[in-house]
Design a protein around this ligand. Structure first.
Ligand code: GMT
Length: 398
């Protein structure tokens, strides 16, 4: 197999027929949906045909001649207290596979995608069609939701029954063995960023935005991007900022939407700092805001990888993060940022102040570290895995 750059500047395969890949994911701004979408775009750029199967069109998905989108229709009926999405998704996979002759199915986030994938694979097997199933574990599908007794047996079974399983960090792989007692081989393939797509806005635009948020372009900016769930610890972000702003001219951008957003907003009011804290909701072009920022805050209580931190680093923004989960594998202490106990707000405040006073080297290190996780390093690992599971299933395309 070899890759060449075609006339349009894109990679094309020579000597190998591209794969037809089904990708199942959540369409929202959550990390697993972002990775699934970026992976699909990267694969399509390299000549593969990608079929997204999801409850609605993934947020970051724009037109691409090699990408197809298939929405899952859930037929509702008054008898159902809960809509059976898992069955509707399995049926959709069967339909898409039958129409487009998928080579394999890659599901992101175990619940309920792995069990729907398993069901679809078994239905197709009964019709004489082999559809290998790859499951990628992302984090809360194991560490939070997956180990709950209401899901655990199904999650463990569908992981065990997948043809291959990947986890986004070593930490998550170990958690899967520990919490679910799985025996399956799990390959660690970390999250990635496509650095080509991280180009900064013009200095003029940056200054305009800085003045808009902070009154003065010299003021510094802290940023937090998440889905504002408890696990992201957004209240700690506000509290850390409250300490920092006593000592520096700063403002805080809170990007995203979720259950703790209102409480975080109320806290900033009660601390008398609401004029410096900007809640921006979900934004389409998060990079534009990341490029503005001087420090990214991620004091999560659990974090299997921390894609939001990696995206910040790709924009040259150092990170003050919790020392939990996979974050220590991403952030190099005192180089691209700091790792602290998520309850130790004083340590995180100190870390932020230190970065604000020593920005240049931290910014360079952050960008450098992010380049280790560039798409060009990670995507071939998925392609190799696809080849391996197809070969094992007797569907080799080389
Ligand atoms: O909890 C979230 O942030 C969303 C969740 C998801 O699956 O959408 O994120 C998880 O997957 C991301 C992509 O692999 C990881 O970068 C996040 O660390 C992980 N979140 C947690 O483990 C809390």
């Amino acid at each position: 197999m070899s890759l060449e750059v075609g006339d349009d500047g894109r990679y094309v395969f020579t000597g190998m027929i591209p794969f037809r890949i089904g990708i199942v994911c959540y369409p929202t701004y959550g990390g697993s949906g972002v990775i699934a979408t970026e992976l699909g775009i990267g694969l399509a750029d390299r000549g593969h045909q990608v079929h997204f199967i999801s409850s609605s069109r993934p947020g970051r998905l724009s037109f691409h001649e090699q990408i197809y989108y298939h929405g899952v229709n859930v037929f509702s009926y008054p008898l159902f207290a809960y809509q059976p999405y898992e069955s509707a998704l399995a049926s959709k996979v069967v339909e898409v596979c039958s129409r487009h002759a998928l080579d394999l199915l890659h599901v992101h986030y175990a619940i309920p995608h792995a069990s729907s994938g398993y069901m679809a694979r078994e239905i197709l097997k009964g019709r004489g069609y082999v559809l290998p199933l790859l499951t990628t574990l992302h984090g809360t599908d194991i560490t939070l939701v997956g180990q709950d007794p209401s899901y655990a047996p199904v999650v463990a079974f569908s992981i065990q029954s997948s043809d291959a399983v990947t986890a986004v960090s070593e930490n998550l792989r170990e958690a899967t063995y520990e919490y679910l007692g799985c025996k399956k081989d799990i390959e660690v393939i970390p999250n990635f960023v496509d650095l080509k797509r991280f180009s900064p806005p013009t200095q003029k635009d940056i200054n305009k935005m800085r003045i808009h948020f902070c009154q003065h372009k010299k003021n510094q900016i802290l940023i937090h991007v998440s889905n504002f769930r408890e696990v992201k610890n957004p209240l700690a972000v506000v509290r850390i900022f409250a300490q920092v702003q006593k000592q520096r001219d700063v403002c805080l951008l809170m990007v995203g939407e979720g259950p703790e957003r209102l409480e975080a907003q109320a806290l900033s009011r009660s601390l008398g700092i609401e004029d410096q804290v900007h809640f921006l909701g979900e934004v389409d072009r998060v990079n534009d805001y990341l490029f503005l920022a001087d420090v990214f805050l991620l004091p999560s209580l659990a974090e299997s990888f921390g894609l939001a931190a990696l995206e910040a680093m790709a924009c040259g923004v150092p990170v003050v993060a919790s020392n939990r989960g996979g974050l220590p594998d991403l952030i190099e202490e005192k180089k691209s940022g700091f790792l602290c106990d998520p309850m130790d707000l004083e340590a995180m405040t100190k870390a932020v102040l230190h970065i604000l006073d020593n920005q240049k080297s931290f910014q360079q290190e952050a960008r450098l570290r992010a380049s280790d996780f560039d798409l060009s390093n990670i995507l071939p690992r998925y392609e190799n895995l696809y080849s391996a599971i197809l070969k094992k299933a007797g569907k080799s395309k080389t």
